[in-house]
Ligand binder design. Structure first.
Ligand SMILES: NC(=O)c1ccc[n+]([C@@H]2O[C@H](COP(=O)([O-])OP(=O)(O)OC[C@H]3O[C@@H](n4cnc5c(N)ncnc54)[C@H](O)[C@@H]3O)[C@@H](O)[C@H]2O)c1
Length: 357
């Protein structure tokens, strides 16, 4: 049986991939240092009941990776400090860089030594926000809409061809460095690898907070009747993001796993966008309307006109290349994603209330 290692496997994405791949008949081990608040609940409620092996370990320490005694066929690197606000407002970025960059390098080294193919979870945050914000937008009553794109940005969304010249946040920069290093490993060591640049991923078991997991955060604030503010771009909540159901991501990754485990895998660090795209996106105002309807709670939402560091006015993924390569498309609509998340929150309120309130 093929054995897959998922680093950061007790996090939102990693745990979903672990459960999905285990259900497809793979043997799965997750390595996680349980640093994300709530990851220990995902370990207890998701990982262990599915017969997935857990190893407590830190990707920053090569010895923890070297200590994994089994033989593996593939690694999925999902460990991260995923906050776009980490290292902003004068705060120290060392932790972010240690985890996202040094940690990723340790993972790639481990994979190189064993000739194990790698799937790396990167982010749409590699695309520079100053370039995205410089495109032309028009304002409708509910959202900002793209009026005129720029190189790599069209009505189909942001493509992998978008120029990477610009500023993207330390989080985005740390992931871009990881991408570049993995591509070099793929080229220099002939290491099979795939890079996924993910837009906002959402769905059940996401422990959304103000700086990461915005749709779950927004829903949870409605659910628990906690204050919310529209921040940035005039404070009217018209900024737009696409969202991808984590199960749709899992379906894509399963196809990629199949490709990398094939006899002669062709991938050598190719980059694929993965996001909700033109069919699945929402402004914050639109999200508010759905959250109010689902929870029955209408909040009075505050307003802050000024942007936070690295804020993006509009991000919609152009999945074109990914769709062609993998014959894959997001299946769940924005409302379905929020409905699923609402149902999960209702069913698991007691376990997660402390984290959200
Ligand atoms: N969730 C999203 O919307 C989104 C969007 C784009 C990209 N991504 C990427 O997907 C990956 C997973 O994100 P997520 O949303 O599941 O985040 P998450 O915070 O839920 O999961 C990350 C996991 O990594 C673990 N971890 C952190 N530091 C570690 C270390 N030093 N050693 C071992 N484990 C460590 C945490 O405990 C946590 O369980 C990340 O690489 C992130 O950059 C996520």
């Amino acid at each position: 049986m093929k054995h897959i290692l998922i680093t950061g496997g007790c996090g939102f994405v990693g745990s979903h991939l672990a459960v999905d791949l285990a259900a497809r008949g793979y043997r799965v081990t997750v390595l996680d240092n349980l640093s994300r608040p709530g990851s220990e609940i995902l370990l207890k409620k998701r990982i262990l009941p599915h017969g997935i092996r857990f190893v407590r370990g830190d990707v920053r320490d090569p010895e923890d990776l070297a200590g994994l005694k089994s033989t593996f066929s593939l690694m999925i690197e999902c460990s991260a400090e995923p906050s776009v606000l980490a290292g902003t407002r004068g705060k120290d970025a060392r932790h972010l860089l240690d985890v996202n960059l040094q940690g990723a390098i340790n993972c790639f080294e481990w994979a190189r030594e064993r000739r194990v193919p790698v799937i790396f979870l990167s982010t749409s945050r590699v695309y520079p926000y100053d370039r995205l914000n410089a495109c032309r937008y028009r304002e409708t009553p509910a959202r900002f809409e793209l009026r005129k794109g720029c190189a790599g940005v069209s009505m189909r969304g942001v493509s992998v061809e978008m120029s990477l010249q610009g500023t993207r946040s330390l989080y985005g920069a740390s992931k871009l460095c990881g991408e570049l290093i993995l591509r070099e490993y793929a080229a220099q060591y002939d290491l099979p690898a795939i890079i996924n640049r993910c837009g906002v991923i959402a769905g059940p078991w996401q422990l959304g907070k103000i700086d990461q997991g915005v749709f779950t955060f927004w829903l949870s604030r409605h659910y628990f009747k906690k204050p919310l503010k529209y921040i940035g771009f005039g404070g009217t909540g018209k900024q737009v993001r696409d969202l991808l159901h984590v199960q749709d991501l899992a379906a894509l990754v399963a196809k990629q796993v199949g490709g990398l485990l094939a006899d002669k895998p062709v991938f050598r660090g190719e980059i694929f966008n993965a996001g909700g795209s033109t069919g699945v996106n929402l402004s914050l105002r639109e999200t508010t309307a759905i959250c109010a309807e689902l929870t029955g709670n209408s909040l009075k939402i505050g307003s802050v006109k000024e942007n936070r560091p690295a804020d993006v006015i509009w991000y919609v993924t152009d999945n074109g290349r990914t769709e062609k390569f993998f014959e894959w498309k997001p299946q769940r609509l924005a409302r379905n994603i929020l409905e699923d998340t609402f149902q999960w929150l209702k069913d698991n309120e007691a376990d997660f209330k402390k984290l959200f309130v």
